[in-house]
Ligand binder design. Structure first.
Ligand code: 0RA
Length: 641
């Protein structure tokens, strides 16, 4: 039998206050969870899980189970101490009810014992409760199972005792169904989104295991990283050649918990992630600034002290020490200040000095202790510094040259006659033969063609200086008219659409990846402003009764063959391996004619993905490179960016 532990007095002033508080959340969800869209919906889960993570951080919990049920209700269960259920002396209510129904209750409780969630949202689980059609919390504590149910934030009854458990069995289980009258868009929880967040949470919360089960399709995943952020760094570097062991430090300074793990690789890319109270602060902040300052200063100090830098060498810049760096900085702060609700950037000024001090000390000692590692790091920075100097020179040269030759466009460019940039298109075409077809097939009125020789950038390591000293790339930069890098100026752009047109084979996709990487690194605004496209040539031609049909995907080919009433054998199907196999008329009709072609607009995310792929293809250790090409060759061939 359930036992009543408390009477409900529905008209008490305190209850009305409570309901007003929750009503405010329902009226203005944007203020509390950032809106009513799919992102905000995921915030609900994070808010609940944050509370369990807090228990883990307090050393009181090591397992968190998250289940998305078939009806999209969600259960989060942990084996922490359980939300207290004793009666609060002033409010005369069980702590559980207060935590669930009063905004920021956790923080307002005062005292360490009642600190609930230091998470980013920090609004507490009461906000989730307010935005739920219903919610049920089950607390195992003191040998009993206590439960309370709420609808749209209001308790439907008192905290009841449902049964007994062994005294040492404790924990909190929250199940809620988000309110569809508030989150009323056509969306639902996304497994991948949750996976991403829980992976990060598990990485920065040593020793906790997070299990996610999606009952809608049976997918499940568990995250547990014994080594915490050291594992995180090793994971990020799993395809890279590392040049020394991971440097790790964990320390508390003035109540701020600081944890840093870092390791250099021989790669070009930088992978640095920062976290504040387990939240991935994607816009960085003071902890990240502290990390960078510590690294640059310590490496310079060490290099000078040990004569690894000549007196005539300048100090390393932040950019020099950034190349090839993989690092995680994770801070736990009692009162984290963020720039705004959505932009995640840590603002607490003192954290910069704290991180800088803690990491500076540790890295300095590490370099003194392990001179081999220290030399490898310094020589890595030297290489970066030299490459950057060479790149600057190459770039200046390109810029000066293109300024000098601003009238003389590259000889290979077949320009269009139209002069109004917004009406003009530039096709970047791989290979001379395809370039020839494109030149003949185009509408010369508004379409320009720049052929690039295949394998343009087939350098083992695609460093800036090598890319920029490449003649083909120089031609591309002068044709576009914008310059690159810091001197990039969109005003100079000579074509409203820049279209990459490469073969539908592995080489073609490689060149496309290279070009996307180039644009991503040196002309990101071109992408952000929506000027960059990828052409989609057909994969197949199907000839039937003297008429030619085209298919752009495998599925389309099957469909066309079927629609024409052909069977697989009698149909005359030709697989295009290269653009050069099409005559100019066919190329126009299928790939260049604005009324018929398909262009994929490149987003900055696509280009960023290409950048990562590129690192994997070019900069990585050999085994994964092979594996990548083999396992992805098919998709690559199908021209997905
Ligand atoms: C307040 C105090 C204590 C634990 C918790 C809240 C707590 C909250 C949540 C939310 C989800 N899971 C949770 N687990 C614990 C400490 C109580 C004590 O000292 O025993």
């Amino acid at each position: 039998m359930a036992k009543r532990t408390q009477k409900v007095s529905s008209y008490a002033a305190k209850d009305i206050q409570v309901l007003e508080g929750l009503e405010a959340v329902r009226r203005r969800p944007g203020m509390y969870v950032g809106g009513t869209d799919v992102k905000a919906l995921h915030h609900l889960v994070y808010e609940v899980v944050d509370n369990s993570i807090d228990e883990a951080l307090a050393g009181a919990c090591d397992a968190i189970d998250v289940t998305i049920h078939e009806d999209s209700s969600v259960t989060v269960e942990d084996n922490g101490r359980g939300i207290p259920v004793d009666i609060h002396p002033e409010k005369k209510k069980p702590a559980l009810e207060i935590v669930m129904t009063i905004l920021h209750a956790g923080a307002k409780f005062g005292g360490d014992g009642y600190k609930v969630s230091g998470g980013l949202h920090g609004v507490g689980v009461s906000a989730v409760n307010a935005l739920s059609e219903w919610c049920e919390v089950e607390v195992k504590r003191d040998g009993k199972v206590h439960v309370q149910r709420y609808e749209r934030g209001a308790p439907t009854g008192p905290v009841e005792i449902k049964g007994d458990v062994p005294k040492k069995e404790t924990g909190t289980k929250t199940t809620y169904m988000y309110d569809r009258t508030i989150f009323n868009g056509d969306f639902d929880y996304k497994f991948e989104t949750l996976v991403q967040r829980f992976r990060e949470m598990a990485f920065v919360t040593k020793g906790v295991s997070i299990h996610l089960l999606d009952e809608r399709d049976g997918r499940e995943m568990t995250f547990y990283f014994e080594g915490g952020i050291v594992s995180f760094v090793s994971y990020l570097n799993r395809h890279r050649e590392v040049i020394h062991p991971v440097v790790y430090v964990e320390k508390e300074v003035d109540d701020t918990g600081i944890e840093v793990a870092m390791q250099y690789t021989d790669a070009y890319a930088e992978s640095v992630y920062s976290f504040a109270n387990t939240i991935n602060t994607v816009d960085g902040g003071t902890h990240l600034t502290g990390l960078r300052a510590a690294i640059t200063r310590t490496i310079n100090d060490h290099a000078r002290k040990n004569n690894l830098l000549k007196d005539s060498d300048p100090n390393f810049s932040g950019d020099d020490t950034r190349e090839g760096l993989t690092a995680i900085v994770s801070v736990k702060h009692r009162d984290p200040q963020f720039e705004s609700q959505t932009k995640v950037k840590l603002m607490n000024a003192e954290v910069q000095t704290q991180v800088q001090q803690v990491l500076g000390e540790e890295l300095g000692e590490f370099m003194d202790r392990d001179s081999r590692a220290a030399r490898a790091i310094v020589s890595k920075c030297l290489t970066s510094a030299r490459a950057r100097a060479a790149a600057r020179k190459a770039r200046d040269l390109v810029i000066r040259k293109s300024a000098l030759e601003s009238m003389t466009l590259p000889g290979k460019l077949a320009d269009c006659s139209e002069r109004e940039p917004s009406k003009c298109e530039l096709y970047i075409v791989e290979g001379d033969s395809a370039g020839g077809s494109a030149k003949q097939g185009r509408d010369r009125h508004f379409q320009a063609i720049l052929p690039l020789r295949g394998k343009i950038l087939n350098t083992e390591r695609a460093r800036l200086d090598k890319i920029l000293s490449n003649n083909e790339v120089k031609a591309l930069i002068s044709a576009l008219g914008t310059s690159i890098g810091e001197t990039f100026d969109i005003e100079g752009l000579r074509y409203g659409r820049v279209i990459i047109m490469t073969d539908a084979d592995v080489d073609g996709s490689h060149i496309r990846t290279l070009l996307l990487t180039f644009f991503f690194r040196y002309m990101p605004q071109l992408i952000e402003d929506g000027h960059l496209y990828v052409a989609q040539p057909p994969l197949y031609s199907i000839e039937h009764r003297k008429k030619r049909h085209y298919a752009y995907t495998e599925r389309e080919r099957t469909q066309v063959v079927k629609e024409l009433g052909l069977d697989g054998d009698s149909a005359k199907v030709q697989r295009y391996k290269g653009l050069g196999e099409m005559n100019p008329g066919q190329l126009w009709e299928t790939t260049m004619d604005p009324s018929n072609r398909i262009l994929l607009q490149v987003t900055i995310e696509d280009a960023a993905a290409a950048d990562r792929t590129f690192d994997m293809l070019m900069g990585a250790a050999v085994p994964p490179r092979k594996r990548f090409i083999q396992t992805h060759a098919k998709e690559v061939r199908n021209l997905d960016v």
